[in-house]
Design a protein around this ligand. Structure first.
Ligand SMILES: [Zn+2]
Length: 460
């Protein structure tokens, strides 16, 4: 058995070679981290604590401040060497109430939620249906002036989230385009895969010079009800939103660091975001990422020695309204961005990780390949052509930091994303352990490696 296993290891793509950036000892430690993670429920307990004691964490809300204090205390209790906060200032958007109804012969209430960034106001008008954003964009202004635009785009369920990407700018720019054509309101079928009667919020933005109009999303069953009513004749809808921008707020990114033993100025980042939308408790978006990355950091903190480089676990402020914490981190740390050797963010729920890649995008890159080898026992495949940086990693990657992708199964993510069903009961404790194992292995090896991700390995 032993000889066979050894021969198999030598023949394997992932066998250690003398020139490889990771030593057999580092890989042994990774295997140990992986096994400890799979037997440890710290990640789930962190998610339970955040979603239970803080609840929804709308940026700028009273809970935002409590979440920052919670994260700081949590990092301290988990054994990080250095814990600190960095201010993040942004305009504050508030949701107070939201209501909608079909009026007239078929009068009935509709389930809606205001989109983040929507102004308040009460509007009533006939709805005009568009199947896609492109159709709305192509429509003559006369078709929608004085009416409520209804974009009825049906997003597809996919494992990698490409169904959401394909929805494109329906939510982000739809209201602005509708307003620019003279519509009085905007209603969209939620970007959701849930059959439940819940509506999904999310940020929208009005272009310079466009007067904002009330903008909301309705649930899938409500959107389909509207389509059936439209088949019978014109439909009038009344939309009553009380929400809007209200001054500025300063929140904080919260950072826990393990200080590197040899190259403390070189930094590996694993990240999540602390804020959430306000209907659920932000369990999959993104308390899961907070729990996964904090628990991975804690496992590394418990090793007998620190990795060569520093590991920063960052809980970013206000991702939901435009990556604001990450953008301000990239500005503040512009002078040391070249020492940020790689970063990854967990912001796609708690589904298991099935694929790994880095910005090297090269199947022969020695360090990526070795890390992929250490992740393979978790059922994670090296996919050198796939993936990209998590949302909060984008501003850092734009400033030059390499990224890693730990691709999670998001098949069920859009049943919950930004709606009232995003609660703790949807989080599977064993899936969280699997994610923690992958993040611990990745972060340890990236922080311990002799090479970094900028220099491609010589071709074999
Ligand atoms: Zn998120």
């Amino acid at each position: 058995m032993r000889v066979a296993a050894l021969l198999f290891a030598l023949a394997s793509t992932f066998a250690v070679q003398a020139s490889d950036p990771l030593s057999p000892g580092a890989l042994d430690t990774a295997a140990d981290l992986r096994e400890r993670a799979l037997a440890d429920d710290t990640g789930y307990r962190i998610i339970e604590s955040l979603t239970t004691t803080i609840g929804p964490r709308l940026p700028g809300s009273e809970a935002d401040a409590r979440a920052v204090a919670w994260a700081q205390a949590k990092f301290e209790s988990l054994g990080f060497d250095r814990v600190w906060t960095e201010p993040v200032t942004f305009p504050k958007w508030e949701r107070r109430s939201e209501r909608a109804a079909v009026v007239g012969a078929h009068a009935q209430p509709l389930v809606v939620t205001a989109l983040g960034g929507s102004p308040g106001g009460t509007v009533e008008g006939e709805i005009v249906r568009f199947a896609t954003f492109a159709e709305l964009e192509a429509a003559p202004a006369g078709m929608v002036a004085g009416k409520i635009v209804f974009v009825d785009f049906a997003m597809e369920r996919t494992r990698d989230g490409s169904g959401y990407d394909a929805a494109g700018p329906v939510r982000g720019r739809g209201p602005s385009v509708a307003a620019s054509k003279g519509a009085v309101g905007f209603l969209m079928r939620s970007l959701s895969t849930s059959r439940n009667r819940v509506a999904n919020t999310g940020i929208t933005r009005f272009a310079e010079g466009v007067t904002p109009i009330p903008a909301a999303a309705t649930s899938l069953p409500d959107a389909e009800q509207l389509v059936r009513l439209l088949a019978r004749g014109p439909v009038r809808v009344r939309l009553e939103l009380d929400c809007g921008w209200n001054g500025e707020y300063t929140s904080h990114n919260v950072i826990g660091e393990l200080t590197g033993r040899e190259a403390p100025d070189e930094i590996v980042v694993i990240a999540s975001h602390l804020d959430s939308w306000d209907h659920g408790t932000g369990a999959v978006d993104d308390a899961s990422g907070v729990g996964i990355t904090m628990a991975a950091g804690r496992l590394i903190a418990q090793l007998p020695q620190r990795p060569r480089r520093s590991l920063r676990v960052i809980a970013f402020a206000n991702e939901e309204q435009g990556l604001l914490g990450a953008r301000q981190y990239a500005q503040r740390h512009a002078g040391t961005m070249a020492q940020h050797v790689i970063g990854a963010e967990s912001d796609f729920g708690s589904g298991r990780i099935y694929a790994f890649n880095t910005s090297a995008r090269d199947g022969t890159h020695a360090l990526s390949r070795q890390i992929a080898g250490a992740l393979a026992p978790l059922g994670i495949e090296f996919q050198p052509e796939q993936g990209g940086p998590g949302p909060d990693i984008i501003p850092l990657a734009q400033a030059g930091m390499p990224w890693a992708w730990l691709g999670q199964d998001g098949s069920a993510y859009f049943d919950l994303h930004h709606n009232a069903d995003d609660t703790l009961d949807k989080v599977d404790a064993d899936d969280v352990k699997h994610n923690v194992a992958a993040y611990a292995v990745f972060a340890w090896l990236a922080a311990e490696a002799a090479a970094d991700f900028r220099t491609p390995a010589p071709a074999e």
